[in-house]
Design a protein around this ligand. Structure first.
Ligand code: GLN
Length: 502
């Protein structure tokens, strides 16, 4: 890891703050001794991980890539990281991100943009001289770039509307967003609390599963984190796949027998690059070859999801970001000339352009004049998006008990043959764009919102979703991922399907 950090960090700008190499070495030596005496703390004892800059750690800064928190050192460590530390994981450093998680290309960062390492790895500077830098995706761009360039075994990201899955697709790694409430958000700086999840970036689906298992625990410090009792109740609702009608031989060779996977027709949007469509087709074939039944399904409210997401996420952000007032912690302006001036100057100086834009938008949708028209309407759409999913999944939603609006059909088992265990879609419309096309005023901020069209529905519904690398684009040779989603609480199904296509 240290060697690769020395080799690739300057170009990728993935790690913003690094743990002292000697400290990493001595922790690694201790872990080695534990392994040698068969006393390893876990399967990942001694592994080096990167943590996104919005996770609080009592070592290193927690800047959220913002001038507002430029010198902020948290007094405590996030629960997810504490659990990893208990398992022996070593912190390699803190990774670059879009300011407070707002963005899709890691270009809204006080630390400068992260760069996609894909064509850089193992090539000489001469070979890469002409290469135009590409987006690493965002907002967890630093975490994805760090894993893709082997600077760490895995990294934590946060996913509010796709921030783990989009960078994973662009950089060619696995990005996993568990169900909302699976992993404690204590110590993860809030962006939009009803959507924020702790996610992972790894090389393989197995690695994602290993670190997910370590972190997915009850935490009294986060009231939205599932209790052990709730976790058990959710597990009890998952019926095993019925394999009785298949021969032993078939079961052994085809890992997805009995699994039905849906292809949402509404994801076949006009903007989809032909190479992405082709990839999606190949993914479908791979699932069929593994024994899955693949059927078209409809999620009719998909096209409304982006508008609803940016209404709700900005509203929640405008509320969450009120705490940066220049008084309690973080940046404080030295201009304090008249009433309210300290607050105004602090926020003017501390927040970047995109964050300001979102605070204004969020404040606007919460004003009395627009609350009903925007905020409430967006909440209704969010419910419609959830219903869409509940209507296509063969399992009821373990939290709400909902099965869409077809209770009777569901009870009579009439519709189960047309319902599915998982969904397969693209993650992004194309491969990573060139940085110069997404930086500065090159891109209309509202157009940029469309980068998240495929990832946002799972965020609104709180369901688990994974971006799995699935080959490279025939045109530019950059990687692309496919997205696997399943019903709330059914992470195991996501892992099972993802393993077939990775
Ligand atoms: N790109 C989306 C946004 O800007 C998602 C970000 C995220 O998941 N943190 O809101």
């Amino acid at each position: 890891c240290l060697k690769n950090i020395a080799k690739y960090n300057q170009y990728t700008n993935a790690f913003v703050d690094l743990t002292q190499p000697d400290h990493i070495r001595s922790q690694a030596a201790e872990a080695t001794r534990r392994w040698e005496s068969e006393a390893a703390k876990s399967a990942v004892d001694g592994a080096v991980m990167g943590y996104k800059m919005n996770f609080c750690t009592s070592d290193l800064r927690t800047t959220c890539s913002s001038a507002m928190l430029e010198n902020f050192k948290a007094p405590y460590t996030a629960t997810a990281i504490e659990l990893l530390e208990k398992a022996g994981v070593i912190m390699g450093g803190k990774t670059n991100m879009d300011e407070f998680g707002m963005g899709s290309h890691n270009v809204y960062s006080h630390a400068g943009p992260a760069r996609n390492p894909f064509k850089i790895i193992d090539r000489s500077p001469d070979e890469t001289k002409e290469l135009e830098a590409r987006s690493a995706g965002g907002s967890s761009g630093g975490s994805a770039a760090a894993v893709a360039s082997n600077m760490c075994f895995a990294a934590l990201g946060s996913d509010t509307g796709g921030s783990v899955r989009l960078p994973a697709s662009y950089c060619g790694v696995v990005g996993f967003k568990p169900s909302y409430g699976r992993i404690s958000r204590w110590g993860l700086v809030a962006y939009a609390s009803s959507l924020d999840t702790v996610g992972t970036l790894t090389k393989t689906v197995d690695d994602a599963q290993t670190i997910y298992d370590i972190m997915a625990k009850e935490d009294p410090k986060d009231s939205t984190c599932l209790t052990e009792r709730q976790r058990k109740a959710i597990a009890d609702t998952i019926n095993p796949i019925d394999l009785t009608k298949f021969s032993d031989q078939e079961v052994k060779t085809k890992p997805l027998l009995g699994v039905r996977v849906g292809i949402p027709q509404e994801f076949n949007v006009a903007e989809l690059a032909p190479a992405t469509k082709d990839l999606w087709r190949r993914g479908i074939q791979a699932l069929k070859d593994a024994g899955a039944v693949v059927i078209p399904v409809s999620l009719p409210n998909t096209k409304l999801a982006v508008g609803a997401y940016f209404t709700l996420a900005t509203a929640e952000a405008s509320s969450n970001l009120q705490r940066y007032d220049g008084i309690r912690y973080g940046h404080q302006s030295d201009k304090n000339d008249e009433k309210d001036a300290l607050y105004t100057h602090t926020r003017m100086e501390g927040f970047g352009k995109e964050v300001k834009r979102r605070i204004l938008l969020g404040t606007y949708v919460l004003t009395s004049g627009s609350f009903d028209n925007f905020f409430l309407r967006a909440q209704k759409i969010r419910q419609m998006v959830r219903n869409d999913f509940d209507r296509v999944f063969s399992r009821r939603n373990a939290i709400t008990g909902s099965c869409g609006n077809l209770v009777e059909d569901f009870e009579n088992d009439n519709s189960t043959a047309t319902r599915v265990h998982a969904l397969l879609t693209p993650v992004a419309v194309s491969t990573a764009p060139k940085l110069k096309d997404v930086i500065g005023d090159q891109i209309d901020p509202v157009d940029a919102f469309l980068d998240d069209i495929f990832t946002i529905p799972a965020s609104l519904a709180g369901i688990p979703s994974m971006s799995v690398p699935f080959g490279t684009c025939t045109k530019d040779g950059f990687p692309m991922g496919l997205q696997v989603m399943s019903q709330y609480g059914d992470e195991e199904m996501v892992f099972k399907v993802a393993k077939v296509i990775e």
